[in-house]
Design a protein around this ligand. Structure first.
Ligand SMILES: [Fe+2]
Ligand SMILES: [Fe+2]
Length: 146
């Protein structure tokens, strides 16, 4: 950490810039590869948030969308493979949720780029985090701990 006394106010604000979602240990499901990938999703949300706060969103939006598109393919593949291997009883429902998310990701991503509006993409990412990762993916943990 640099010497705090030598920092300008702008530098100080940058270093102490708040992230939107601060990762906490309780977010871990206990499946290391899935947890790491969820952290990757959170890192992407935080990067877009940073861009929006610092007026870099225009240049960051397209790479963020491309990144999350690719990352989603990798993540869903990993999660689905894991669920199949451990005989998860609600596999079909979870696959359906992933398919819906992929479709939504594609349509919201295109619309956000077309309208140059990062906020609607951010809303989609936040909903994904809150409604899917923190709720639906969380059910794996309950199943595995039974
Ligand atoms: Fe997930
Ligand atoms: Fe999932």
């Amino acid at each position: 950490m640099p010497d705090q006394k030598k920092l300008t106010e702008a530098q100080h604000n940058l270093i102490h810039h708040n992230v939107l979602i601060m990762w906490k240990p309780e977010y871990n499901l206990g499946i290391p590869i899935v947890d790491e990938q969820h952290r990757g999703v959170v890192a992407t949300i935080n990067s877009l948030y940073y861009g929006m706060q610092n007026k870099h969103a225009d240049t960051m939006l397209r790479p963020v969308i491309e990144m999350i598109n690719n990352y989603t393919t990798i993540h869903f593949e990993t999660e689905e493979d894991f669920l199949k291997k451990c005989g998860y009883p609600d596999l079909e429902q979870h696959l359906e949720l992933h398919n819906e998310l992929k479709k939504k990701l594609s349509s919201v991503g295109k619309k956000s780029i077309w309208e140059q509006d990062p906020s609607q993409f951010m809303e989609f990412l936040k909903t994904w985090w809150i409604d899917h990762i923190c709720k639906k993916d969380w059910l794996f943990r309950d199943y595995l701990l039974k």
